[in-house]
Design a binder for this molecule. Sequence first.
Ligand code: HEC
Length: 218
Amino acid sequence: MSAPPEVSDSGLLAFMLPRFALKHGVRVTVVESDAEAVLGEAGVPVFAKEGVGVGLVLTTDSPHGETFAAWLTSDIGLRTVLSFKVDGDSVFSEPVVVQEEVAEVALSGDARRGQDASLRACGRCHVIGEINRMAGIGSTPSFAVLRTMGDWQERFEIFYVLNPHPSFTIIPEVIEEFDETRPSPIAPVTVTLEEIEDIVAYVAGIDPADLGAPIAHQ
Ligand code: HEC
């Protein structure tokens, strides 16, 4: 897993991870990048520090990651986090529950066509749904995992400027050629703006990956 400095520097991980390991027999390694479980601004709210929410995102479908997410979002996991103290004072608090944003704006794309476009243009790397569940590249987040992010729609609308896509994506009339400073061995992907709208409509209908049980408040 990885965590932002305000979490990792607090000592919470050294307190919490051995407790999780004892309970589930899974040892978690803290890494700087490419983590399977990422604590940060995005994802399912797990706890907060000084009123700022911390979320968890799983970047792969690993069973260990899911066990960790289930534990951290459970009552026991939350109580472990809340019981962490520095000089007798609690550091973390209950997650900030943000009102689910209801998308009022009707999506103009066609979800059915979006599935075809996703499969063709994205399905080589991303698991886009049941339809290519066994395909995709393990280290690439599935659409269902990306769908858990609060700002998933914006990310999909501009995916072509987010890494790694700029090195292989062509959008006719928008991006006609790759950035020459980033030659890429990856076969190019061409998608139209209309297809991106369709893909967003398709992703809107995907159930976000279940990253663990919701927190039961007493
Ligand atoms: C050649 C492989 C590949 C293809 C093809 C591909 N992606 Fe990705 N995509 C990735 C990888 C790898 C990541 C994870 C990047 C990371 O974690 O930094 C990613 C991440 C994303 C993200 C999250 C980006 C972020 O920074 O939050 C979105 C959204 C996304 N892809 C959408 C798409 C869409 C839509 C398509 C098809 C039109 C597509 N991708 C095609 C490899 C690919």
